[in-house]
Design a protein around this ligand. Structure first.
Ligand code: GLC
Length: 430
């Protein structure tokens, strides 16, 4: 089982901050990791009010538009326009980087995946949320605050958290598995029902970094050790990635799952093609409300399986960051505050089954009555392991994705894939 040492606050303890020097490959942009070279003027336009744009990935659960309509009705002179990106994390990232590099004043408030905070903050693209621009963060889940901070400063407003959930078919699996081995032993049920057994997200993109890290963490390993150095050549890491490679080879993970991102895997599960699915909480709402869903009444949700008990999710989630290039920062800040109110957070939870960033909502009786999985989700998030915190995250993630992909497909031995991952991440620190 995952030890709790990685659950220490990242910003305070520096436990997970990857120990990289300032000259790694940091995606396409130039500039050091520590300074604000190339960044905009954080002191400018702080009192600016007027129309703004909010940029976010595909609104799978249709929560953003109704929320913006509500805001716009109350703020006719400070209307928000929604710029919707694709549903792929990597494309969302690249679009933001390009627009920050172009100093686009019209990307006022942007949705920042927890793994991009360090990079965007180090580049000087995000307005620090302090002093005049401070946000009331009392009552927010600590992991979401840590993930929105860099070097002790808050750079974005936590908007929704995310923790991995194991979805399963209650009609076919009376008692959900607690361990990976138990889950694999239940794959005979899938076979006799002519369906695939397990899938997560194994396409080569950020989702695979999430899934490969979870496999490693859940087997007792870790991507980084407690000093922030890569620790991928351990027996536990090998067992974790090995679990995915073996299941893919023997068919317990169906072959088509190598192309799955979140949405394809959700669709397969909703179509009745999978017994178990690893995915984020947003699936609950769509799987129980979409007319075509075959799992509406048989949807089970439990913790990800681990080695000898529950496993450890990768911490996911998004925060709303303000571009330093925005001309209307006062409006942007008000809109960010609006995203974090109790009312908005409840709306995200009930309409889209998104994970709230306010701790108390997980124990709110009315909400738990409507969303019975909230306690499972709270545990998932509290025990979740952050992905490496570094301004050079894209390069680190690529090393994990590329090697995990080859190992799962059987094109590279698990051992070799892990030591290549290790070397590649170490190279970033040279
Ligand atoms: C979800 C998570 C995010 C993660 C992404 C990977 O959107 O919230 O943190 O990086 O999935 O696809």
């Amino acid at each position: 089982m995952k030890t709790r040492k990685y659950l220490l606050p990242v910003a305070a303890a520096g436990v997970l901050a990857l120990s990289l020097s300032a000259c790694g490959g940091g995606g396409s942009s130039s500039g050091g990791g520590g300074g604000n070279s190339g960044g905009g003027d954080a002191a400018a336009n702080m009192d600016g009010r007027g129309p703004i744009t909010y940029v976010q990935g595909k609104d799978n659960s249709n929560v953003v538009r109704p929320l913006i309509e509500k805001w716009n009705a109350a703020h006719p002179n400070e209307k928000v326009t929604f710029k919707e990106q694709t549903d792929q994390a990597d494309q969302q990232h690249d679009d933001l980087v390009q627009n920050f590099q172009a100093k686009n004043a019209n990307y006022d408030v942007v949705s920042v995946d927890v793994v991009w905070t360090a990079e965007f903050a180090a580049k000087g693209w995000l307005q620090p949320l302090k002093d005049k621009m401070a946000l009331d963060t009392s009552g927010m889940l600590k992991p979401t605050l840590d993930a929105a901070s860099y070097k002790g400063t808050l750079y974005a407003a936590p908007e929704s958290s995310d923790g991995g959930i194991l979805y399963y078919r209650k009609d076919l699996v009376p008692t959900p598995p607690k361990t990976w081995d138990e889950m694999m032993s239940m794959c005979s049920i899938a076979k006799s029902n002519n369906m695939g057994c397990y899938a997560g997200q194994f396409s080569k993109y950020e989702g695979l970094t999430v899934n490969a890290s979870e496999a490693i963490n859940s087997a007792g390993g870790s991507v980084l050790d407690k000093d922030g150095k890569p620790s991928l050549t351990t027996d536990d890491a090998k067992a974790g990635l090995g679990n995915l490679a073996k299941a893919y080879a023997d068919g317990n993970i169906p072959k088509e799952a190598i192309t799955y991102k979140e949405e394809e895997s959700r669709q397969a599960f909703q179509d009745g093609k999978l017994l178990f699915l690893r995915n984020w909480p947003y699936v609950y709402n769509l799987a129980t409300t979409e007319g075509s869903s075959k799992v509406k009444d048989v949807l089970g949700m439990t913790a990800l399986p681990g080695k000898s008990g529950p496993g450890a999710s990768s911490l996911g989630g998004h925060s709303a960051g303000m571009s330093v290039y925005s001309k209307n920062k006062a409006t942007a800040l008000d809109f960010m505050k609006f995203l974090t109110t109790e009312e908005t957070q409840k709306f995200f939870a009930t309409q889209g089954s998104l994970a709230p960033v306010l701790t108390k909502l997980y124990d709110d009786k009315d909400l738990v009555a409507k969303l019975p999985y909230l306690p499972v989700l709270k545990t998932s998030i509290e025990n979740a392991v952050p992905r490496p915190v570094t301004p050079f995250y894209p390069a680190v993630s690529k090393a994990i994705q590329d090697n995990a992909y080859s190992a799962i497909k059987g094109e590279k031995a698990v051992d070799a894939a892990l030591s290549d991952m290790q070397k590649s991440i170490e190279t970033q620190s040279k």
